[in-house]
Structures are given as structure tokens and as C-alpha cells.
Design a protein around this ligand. Structure first.
Ligand SMILES: Nc1ncnc2c1ncn2[C@@H]1O[C@H](COP(=O)(O)OP(=O)(O)OP(=O)(O)O)[C@@H](O)[C@H]1O
Ligand SMILES: [Mg+2]
Length: 362
């Protein structure tokens, strides 16, 4: 099962600029969580703090029982092996082929022979739909392909904790749907603890077990997905629906007078740029592809959430109870489908000459 990640009272500043303060959360072991928040709220800084690349002024980051804000650099080196990280910019080495980039953690952290390294690398390359591109340099491929190469590299050590900083940015809607399914399938296969930073509302609504949001230098919420998805907090409503009206401004937070002026314009019929329909509410969570093992996280999460159910807001409680019923039905159906299908790779390349077009093998 994935390692545990627990953050307590974490505060981070750069010089006099405070980024966020007093952030506390536990990523439930083996579950998938999403972190939302407007640009510049420090989501990437948060991920880098979780792996000890950035140092908080206050608080603790406990990974698998070790506080990495206080441990030795030798211990930190060992702890880092538990992680697979996809950085926001991909962070590929520009002068290395995709193959060498993806092989890098294996050569650095294991004593595997080149033959074995090749097997692992080619398997992950196939998983992310990059077969045929392994000899290309990062500069020779599209942004979306670089993202997928970064994801392949994050997976080669079979990590217990996977951090993905905007894995969907630069991907078209179809690839984003494959990526969402891939993340869920990886979770089913290796039961890793996963944290995804995304601005993609569809990903946030369909992938995670838990959702958190950073806003105004604080973690405004973190909990079961239903809590945020049924929340009527203005900032959540604005974010999920992509509205201009609300507490989030272009470069900073707005004051109340500004918000009131804008609301008057909308009341007078001026569009606020948001989606026509309110996208709040629950949609079913993605399930592992038939043929793969069931996600062990589902049963663990149910037991965990039942314990805290009475502490959650009323709409979230109702949504969670509904989801339990749906999950039971879906699992029964999933078992049926598993009997009828064989395992299929998530991405499959159909043409090595052009950018890979992944396709499901039915
Ligand atoms: N190494 C650094 N030194 C100084 N300031 C930094 C550093 N890294 C990040 N910052 C600042 O911290 C703030 C948060 O940055 P961060 O990249 O975490 O935002 P984000 O929430 O990931 O935004 P986006 O959604 O646009 O990726 C920004 O103001 C940024 O300028
Ligand atoms: Mg970022």
C-alpha cells in the first residue's frame, strides 16, 4: 500500500512574501487526492515542500513516519525513493533522449542491469502512449508528449507516493480523458498514494477520492470529494464554474466593493464568462479499467469516511451515502465485466510516424 503523507501546521514564505500558512492535511494512504487553487496560490510550492526540495519555516511533513523537515540528508535521500514526481514543467533533461530521461531514476537509484532497465522503460513508454518516440529529444516532441514522458519517468520506480503537478496541462480533451483513466488504473495496480494538482474541473470531478483547495494563503478545505463538490462557498462556486464574479481576481483577490459592482453587472444581464450550467454536484468517479484489480482504496475509503460522516456538511453526507450505494452496484457490475474481458493497456500507439494516437483495445 502507498506510504502515508501527513502535513501539520505547515507555513512557507519566500523572504517577506508568505505563500501559505498553517496548512494541515493527511493524504489517506493509497487514495487519490486533488489539490485545486487559483494560479499563484502555492500549489507547486506545496508539492516541492512535500519532497523536501523547499523548506518550510514552520510545521512538519511526515512521510512514512519520518519528519522530512528535520531528518538528515541521507534519510531524505532514502525517503525520496518512495516518490514519483511529475513536475509542472516536465523537468526533462533537454540533451537526453526520452528513453534516457525515463531510465534516469533507475540508473540513479537501482542496480538494475541495462536489459532490465530497458524492459521497465519500454513498459512505461507504452503505458503513456509514447512508443516510437523513445529516441527523440524533449525539444523535438509536443508539449503534451513531454508531459507524458514526465509521467513515465515518475512511474519507473513503482513509487508509493505519486505527485503530479498539472499532468493534464497541454493535453487535448481526449488525451486528458485517457490520462484520468491512467491515473485511476495506476492506483488500482500499485495502490500508491496520489496527489494531483490540476486546474481541470473535469479531472477534479471524476478522478479523486479527496479534494482540497488553497486560497488566500490557506487550505480552505480538504476532505472527501463530495464535500467540495457540494460546497456553496463562493470561492468554490466561482472556481468550479470558471466565473469572473467571485472572490478570485485576475491577479489577486478582490475586495467586497469590487465584487458587488460586478454582481450588479451580471444581475443586469452581462455574461460573467462562466459555464452556462452550474457544474457543481456529483458525477460518478472513474473506475479502474475492467480486467485490472479493483482499487483497494475504495473499500478503505468507505470505512474511513463512514467514521467521519457525521462531521461533514449535510449535502456532502447525502452525496456520500448515495455514492456508497452506487459503488456497491458498480463493483458488482465491474466483477461481471472482469469475467468477460481480458486486461488491456491503457494507451496504444496506432502510428509510430506521427504523434501517438492512443486507442483502447476493446
Ligand atoms: N523558488 C522560489 N523563490 C521565490 N518565490 C517563489 C519560488 N517558487 C515559487 N515562488 C512564488 O511562490 C508563489 C506560488 O508559486 P507556485 O508556483 O507554487 O503557484 P501555483 O499555485 O503552482 O500556480 P500555478 O497554478 O500558476 O502553477 C508565487 O508567487 C511564486 O512567485
Ligand atoms: Mg504550479
Amino acid at each position: 500500500m502507498g506510504a502515508s503523507v501527513s502535513v501539520e501546521g505547515l507555513t512557507k514564505s519566500f523572504g517577506s512574501q508568505n505563500i501559505w500558512r498553517d496548512v494541515s492535511l493527511t493524504l489517506p494512504m493509497g487514495e487519490v487526492s486533488v489539490l485545486l487553487g487559483p494560479s499563484g496560490t502555492g500549489k507547486s510550492v506545496f508539492l516541492k515542500t512535500l519532497i523536501g526540495l523547499l523548506h518550510p519555516e514552520q510545521g512538519s511533513v511526515i512521510i512514512d513516519g519520518t519528519d522530512i523537515t528535520k531528518c538528515s540528508s541521507r534519510e531524505l535521500y532514502e525517503i525520496r525513493k518512495l516518490f514519483g514526481v511529475l513536475f509542472q514543467d516536465g523537468a526533462l533533461f533537454g540533451s537526453m533522449s526520452l528513453f534516457d530521461n525515463i531510465a534516469f531514476p533507475l540508473r540513479e537509484h537501482t542496480k538494475k542491469k541495462e536489459d532490465d532497465i530497458r524492459d521497465v522503460v519500454m513498459e512505461k513508454i507504452e503505458l503513456v502512449g509514447l512508443t516510437g518516440a523513445e529516441n527523440k529529444l524533449p525539444g523535438e516532441i509536443s508539449g503534451g508528449m513531454r508531459k507524458r514522458a514526465g509521467l513515465a519517468r515518475a512511474l519507473v520506480l513503482d513509487p508509493q507516493i505519486i505527485l503530479c503537478d498539472e499532468p493534464d496541462s497541454g493535453l487535448d480533451p481526449v488525451r486528458t480523458a485517457y490520462l484520468s483513466q491512467l491515473l485511476i488504473d495506476i492506483n488500482a495496480q500499485i495502490d500508491a498514494t496520489i496527489l494531483i494538482v490540476t486546474h481541470n474541473i473535469q479531472v477534479a470531478r471524476t478522478v479523486p477520492d479527496n479534494i482540497g483547495m488553497l486560497f488566500r494563503k490557506e487550505l480552505v478545505m480538504f476532505g472527501p470529494r463530495e464535500v467540495l463538490l457540494t460546497s456553496d462557498e463562493p470561492v468554490v462556486d466561482q472556481f468550479l464554474n470558471g466565473r469572473r464574479i467571485g472572490p478570485i481576481g485576475m491577479s489577486e483577490e478582490k475586495d467586497d466593493a469590487q465584487q458587488k459592482r460586478e454582481q450588479e453587472m451580471v444581475d443586469a444581464g452581462h455574461s460573467d464568462g462562466g459555464t452556462a450550467e452550474d457544474v457543481r454536484g456529483i458525477v460518478p468517479q472513474l473506475q479502474a479499467t475492467p480486467g485490472l484489480p479493483e482499487r483497494k482504496a475504495v473499500a478503505r475509503r468507505q470505512a474511513r469516511v463512514r467514521e467521519i460522516l457525521h462531521t461533514l456538511p449535510e449535502p456532502a453526507q447525502r452525496a456520500i451515502e448515495d455514492s456508497f450505494i452506487e459503488e456497491a452496484a458498480a463493483q458488482a457490475k465491474g466483477r461481471e465485466a472482469t469475467r468477460l474481458t481480458r486486461p488491456a493497456p491503457v494507451w496504444e500507439s496506432s502510428d509510430a510516424r506521427t504523434e501517438q494516437i492512443p486507442a483502447y483495445r476493446a
